[in-house]
Design a protein around this ligand. Structure first.
Ligand code: OOG
Ligand code: NI
Length: 304
């Protein structure tokens, strides 16, 4: 890990705050989960929550996609790590390690647009072709306000409902990105450091279910990596009233909340609990888990 300068940290803090603020406003489940945790005495304030990772989705076309998007966080000292491939969903993803352990990891994915049908490609390019140079190159990445604006601005024209629905039939991911763009897709509550009774994903999922939260059931509620050490669950995305070009308003999937348990790796299992830190636990992500977590925004889960 390289150590970021104080100014880089201040900029990153401000960018992350801006993302979390808008995300909390548009995803009522964030507040619902935090309030339930406070009510149950698991935490006193939301500051105690450890954010395992945040996630973004991108459109893989020239001037956009991961090659453009990742420059923002690489600038703040994030480092690109493993690649993941989702053949059926036509997605590629990487995770990025943070510049210091108090920051969340990033999971960022990209739709391989050139693998879609001609019609879907035509629709996507109709919007994205208006971006004729990499917009991140034009950004002053040391200006937190400019970056915050960028992440929440329309990168292309708001789609029509007809285009959204055509994309939805072929790629739910494409439909999500054409409307939601770089809005934070989810943040992730680490459960393994919570107090006894809530520190395994099974216990935490039981708690959430008890409190009436609706969880993604694709492939089973709890997604477990083959090594058994990365265990994840997520809420079903909340619906937002989206306004389309032409004035149509339609309820579409917004963002969701994820929960992760990273188990202590076999060589460190005998270490006393107070000596366990992030580097003793399972790192990275898992294709099989992620494949199902993507579906948190899909109509098969939202039911809309
Ligand atoms: C990302 C889904 C994958 C994880 O932790 O494996 C994921 C998305 O829905 O964009 O978040
Ligand atoms: Ni995730």
């Amino acid at each position: 890990m390289n150590s970021p300068s104080t100014t880089d940290k201040q900029t990153l803090d401000a960018v992350l705050d801006g993302l979390m603020r808008r995300y909390t406003e548009r995803v009522p489940d964030v507040r619902a989960v935090i309030d339930a945790m406070i009510d149950a005495g698991i935490i006193q304030t939301s500051d105690e929550i450890e954010n395992d990772h945040i996630a973004f989705r991108t459109m893989g076309v020239p001037n956009l996609g991961l090659a453009s998007f990742e420059k923002i966080f690489l600038h703040y000292g994030y480092e690109r790590r493993d690649e993941y491939n989702f053949i059926e969903k036509k997605l590629s993803a990487y995770w990025y390690a943070p510049p210091a352990p108090e920051y969340p990891r990033i999971f960022a994915s990209e739709l391989r647009v050139d693998e879609l049908s001609d019609e879907a490609q035509r629709i996507i390019h109709n919007y994205t072709d208006t971006v004729t140079s990499d917009p991140v190159d034009a950004l002053n990445l040391d200006d937190a306000e400019a970056v915050d604006q960028f992440l929440h601005q329309p990168l292309w024209q708001t789609p029509t409902l007809a285009d959204y629905q055509t994309l939805l039939k072929e790629s739910e991911y494409a439909a999500w990105v054409i409307y939601n763009r770089y809005y934070l897709n989810h943040f992730t509550i680490s459960v393994h450091n919570l107090k006894p009774g809530y520190s395994t994903i099974d216990e935490f999922v039981a708690f959430l279910t008890d409190r009436g939260l609706r969880l993604n059931s694709a492939g089973g509620t709890i997604k477990v990596s083959p090594d058994g050490d990365l265990r994840q669950a997520s809420t079903v995305a909340q619906m937002i009233d989206a306004e389309f070009t032409g004035g149509d308003v339609f309820r579409i999937a917004g963002s969701y909340v994820e929960f992760a348990e990273r188990r202590v790796l076999p060589p460190f299992r005998d270490l006393p609990a107070d000596q366990i830190t992030r580097q003793h636990r399972r790192e990275g992500f898992e294709t099989g888990n992620a494949d199902k977590i993507f579906e948190s925004t899909f109509t098969t889960q939202t039911g809309n």
